[in-house]
Design a protein around this ligand. Structure first.
Ligand code: ATP
Ligand code: MN
Length: 465
């Protein structure tokens, strides 16, 4: 009997002696006298399976010998013990069928390619070691996110992608319209006539599902939303995308300390799951992506240690005492820049740190005002190598205070009537946070550019593939 097995399964000692059918893409071929070695990969694991093709195969001279990197094939054969120390098994082919040859114009010939070059062939880069590993780890992280919240009694809520409310009140949104831009209908005042637009008013791609998911937290208790979010911020950095994925839990009755406790357990759980379930991919990142080759050790330390906590005011005083010049001068009230965040987490605390109680003027209107009247119950999680990975807060649940904050920040409370209703009818303390999925993948893989941890990156001036 022939079993159809993945490369990952065929590489295990349990497969020894089986008759199998495996299918995948040739990574390399090496010819010897009377036979050829093929390295076959199907994406199911980092490592390849070695296939031995003898010259007695019917199509050996006509096809097998012509196989090149990138060709797709099916191999029937038996799983045998491999004499090589690297892997326990190899497959001795009894039949090879070719789905498709790849001519030598295939861009992924056996040599090292830069990540920048691979970005120009984003459609083929999943077939490289690096991107295969990134895709598997990213998948494991997402599974972990759902497992964690499901086990903790959270409900998964699907918040809308198209929205007519700007969550941060900060602009930076992509507008969605069906108005004819070649011939824009105008009002008497000369402005676009949104009454004729699809929704009868301006609409946008969401920057966050938070406002929507808060409504469900204040009914179902513990909820989370997890989906794509969009920011038209023109920041061409290695940590910002125009389209990225965010997971946003929201918990009724949680105050800031419980929010912090949850985020710490959540991040540790994800890292622990990846270290346990993706050892081969993680060994690759450790040895080939991390300049110090200490990635696994650092992540293990994060799982085993307690996150440091420090108020924004304390953080400013640490930065003021730092023995270095920052490009952006430090004083109470500034928004922490990446260089500040990285000093705190990489130099001062040498590990993850949760910074809390930020000045109200640099944070969103919905964060709970502290009794000092100057700071809000915000918390950002900063991690080495990445900087901010999570932003969260306790939400303002007192209707008058919330309305005042909106007015202070130039927002029209009438636009948020439904959000204010939550506070008018049975208001409760509640909290939540947002984790940028890609920043988490960067932390776990040591990949330095956010464009290389998402399948098809969208950044200013670039939306290819
Ligand atoms: P930053 O200061 O790094 O721009 P932010 O303060 O704008 O982040 P939030 O609005 O708090 O971020 O969003 C929550 C999380 O979403 C961030 O902690 C980060 O992990 C992620 N995130 C925010 N903006 C982006 C982006 N443009 N690309 C990728 N991830 C992002
Ligand atoms: Mn931002």
């Amino acid at each position: 009997m022939t079993e159809i097995l993945s490369v990952s399964k065929v590489r295990q000692a349990e497969a020894l002696g089986k008759n199998v059918l495996i299918r995948g893409w040739v990574r390399t071929k090496r010819d010897s006298k009377g036979f050829s070695f093929l390295e076959l990969n199907d994406g199911s694991s980092f490592g390849n399976i070695q296939v031995i093709a003898q010259e007695n195969l019917e199509n050996y001279e006509t096809e097998v010998k012509k196989l090149t990197a990138g060709s797709s094939i099916a191999v029937w054969g038996t799983v045998e013990k491999s004499p090589g120390a690297k892997q326990p098994t190899e497959v001795h082919a009894t039949k090879i069928e070719i789905y498709g040859f790849a001519p030598d114009t295939y861009p992924l010939q056996k040599k090292r390619h830069t990540l920048e070059f691979l970005r120009t062939i984003s459609h083929l880069r999943p077939r490289t070691n690096t991107f295969g590993a990134v895709a598997r780890v990213r998948n494991r992280i997402c599974a972990s996110i759902h497992q964690f919240f499901q086990e903790e009694g959270f409900y998964y809520i699907h918040t809308p992608i198209i929205t007519a409310s700007d969550c941060e009140g900060a602009g930076e949104m992509f507008q969605v319209t069906t108005l004819n831009l070649q011939n824009l209908p105008l009002t008497d005042k000369g402005e676009p006539d949104y009454a004729q637009d699809f929704f009868g008013k301006p609409s946008f791609l969401t920057v966050s599902g938070q406002l929507a998911v808060e409504n469900f937290a204040c009914a179902l208790g513990k909820v989370y939303t997890f989906g794509p979010t969009f920011r038209a911020e023109n920041s061409n950095t290695s940590r910002h995308l125009a389209e990225f994925w965010m997971v946003e839990p929201e918990m009724a009755f949680f105050e800031l300390p419980e929010n912090m406790e949850l985020v710490e357990r959540f991040l540790k759980r994800i890292i622990g799951d990846v270290l346990r379930d993706c050892p081969e991919d993680m060994a690759f990142f450790n040895d080939h992506m991390d300049s110090e080759k200490t990635l696994v050790a650092r992540l293990t330390k994060i799982v085993e240690s307690t996150f440091q906590k420090c108020s924004y005011t304390q953080a400013i005083s640490i930065l003021e005492k730092a023995d270095r010049e920052f490009q952006f001068p430090v004083k109470w009230g500034i928004d922490l820049q990446s260089e500040h965040e990285r000093y705190l987490t990489e130099v001062h605390f040498n590990g993850p740190v949760i910074v809390y109680d930020y000045p109200k003027d640099i944070k969103a209107f919905y964060m709970r005002l502290n009794d000092d009247g100057k700071t809000v119950r915000a918390m950002d999680v900063l991690v080495p190598g990445v900087g901010e990975i999570v932003g969260g807060s306790e939400r303002e649940y007192r209707p008058e205070v919330l309305e005042n904050r909106m007015l202070e920040m130039g927002l029209n409370p009438a636009d948020y009537w439904w959000y204010l209703d939550l506070r008018r009818f049975g208001t409760v303390p509640h909290s939540g946070f947002g984790l940028g999925l890609e920043r988490m993948v960067m932390l776990i893989t040591s990949v330095q550019n956010i464009r290389d941890v998402i399948p098809f990156p969208r950044t200013p001036g670039s939306a290819d593939f």
